[in-house]
Write a protein that binds this ligand. Structure first.
Ligand SMILES: NC(=O)c1ccc[n+]([C@@H]2O[C@H](COP(=O)([O-])OP(=O)(O)OC[C@H]3O[C@@H](n4cnc5c(N)ncnc54)[C@H](O)[C@@H]3O)[C@@H](O)[C@H]2O)c1
Length: 351
């Protein structure tokens, strides 16, 4: 045995969805803090977050699988990758559109040490990042009383949960979805649980936008379908989580805050289309980190649009903590011998 072969790879474990779910229960405030801190680490240059890679299929144009590798330094200290697929036809099969797994790699050896169910972590980090943004972007104008959801799938459900954590006194929730059936079941099953808050299912996106102080877009629209800036004349805050709903006219008429400039200006997002149209980036006012650190204050008298591309580093930060919590609770499944051939010159089978 060579002198450098005494270190063993870290223990490898799998954290299934049920364990991920249990780990996250009762920790929403903590997750909001973790995600906010992750943006600050990113802003301070303690992360590596290369462009996401979109795997597409000529024979299945509506589907995709995205790879989001990242590295987070500072006190988090983890490398890894999220591998998330979106197959919209899954809804017809009665299962969620997106599925994902998250792999965490050891900082010292590079060995993967955990594989986690990733779709819950992805939804949680998306919802938490939008809630962190919503809190910061409404600081000047005060908490919204009327919150509207356009697109009522899984992401909207998690967004509602994390926005609820902010403790706002909400008067009315509005809902609109291309599918009235989805809108009605979201209104009943998700928002109906918020006793004391009125819930209204709208018959058009215009009606919903005009009657909301905070508008959440969580659709699967591939191209802009909301085109009239006048619908925003009351200057709401817009959480543009689905990224491709708003026309360039609306983007140009708004104050634009993004998570990461280079990331969000790709893949035909509304802000990417706006960059293509104008040939510049001057319509982008700030990153979320600028807002969190006080370098930029979102005005109360303009429409403010937050467009988060969704950074892999957020999945890693939430995933590393879920792994830690699940392991401490005895809820992670250890796979003994996952890495088998660990001697460089002697095959394990020959011993
Ligand atoms: N930015 C990020 O970090 C991030 C992260 C995760 C998901 N997302 C995006 O969030 C979106 C929602 O994800 P999901 O898992 O909830 O999807 P989902 O398929 O479960 O739900 C989407 C809903 O939007 C509705 N819809 C589609 N087009 C619409 C339109 N033009 N107007 C109104 N409603 C419309 C559908 O009927 C459906 O109910 C996706 O676009 C996804 O890519 C973004």
């Amino acid at each position: 045995m060579g002198e450098h072969t005494t270190t063993r790879p870290p223990v490898f474990s799998v954290v299934p969805g049920a364990a991920v779910h249990r780990s996250l229960e009762g920790r929403r405030a903590e997750i909001l803090d973790l995600v906010e801190n992750a943006y600050r680490l990113h802003g301070a240059g303690h992360t590596v977050n290369p462009p996401s890679y979109f795997l597409r299929f000529p024979d299945r144009p509506a589907s995709r699988i995205i790879a989001l590798p990242a590295s987070v330094g500072g006190e988090v200290g983890v490398d890894g990758i999220k591998w998330i697929s979106s197959f919209p036809t899954n809804l017809e099969l009665g299962i969620p559109r997106a599925s994902a797994m998250l792999v965490l790699n050891d900082r010292v050896t590079g060995y993967p040490f955990a594989c986690l169910e990733g779709s819950i972590i992805s939804a949680v980090r998306t919802a938490a990042s939008a809630a962190v943004a919503a809190r910061a972007l409404t600081a000047e104008r005060g908490a919204p009383r009327r919150i509207g959801f356009i697109g009522t799938g899984l992401i909207a459900r998690y967004l509602h949960t994390y926005l609820s954590e902010l403790g706002w006194d909400v008067e009315e929730f509005g809902v609109f979805d291309l599918s009235e059936e989805y809108a009605r079941s979201f209104a009943g099953q998700v928002l109906g649980a918020d006793r004391g808050t009125a819930v209204r299912v709208h018959s058009s996106a215009e009606e919903l936008i005009r009657s909301s102080d905070l508008v959440v877009f969580a659709t699967t629209a591939a191209t802009p379908h909301i085109t009239d800036p006048d619908w925003f004349s009351h200057h709401p805050v817009v959480l543009h989580v689905s990224l491709r709903d708003l026309s360039t006219e609306i983007i140009l008429d708004s104050v634009n805050v993004v998570d990461d400039v280079d990331h969000v200006l790709q893949a035909n997002t509304s802000v990417h289309l706006t960059e293509q149209r104008t040939g510049n980036r001057e319509f982008l006012h700030a990153t979320l980190d600028d807002v969190l650190t006080g370098r930029f204050t979102a005005p109360a008298d303009r429409t403010v649009v937050f467009s988060p591309f969704g950074l892999g580093l957020l999945d890693l930060v939430v995933g590393a903590n879920v792994h830690r919590w699940a392991t401490a609770a005895g809820d992670a499944t250890t796979i003994d011998g996952f890495f088998h051939d660990l001697d460089r010159y002697e095959s394990a089978g020959a011993r």
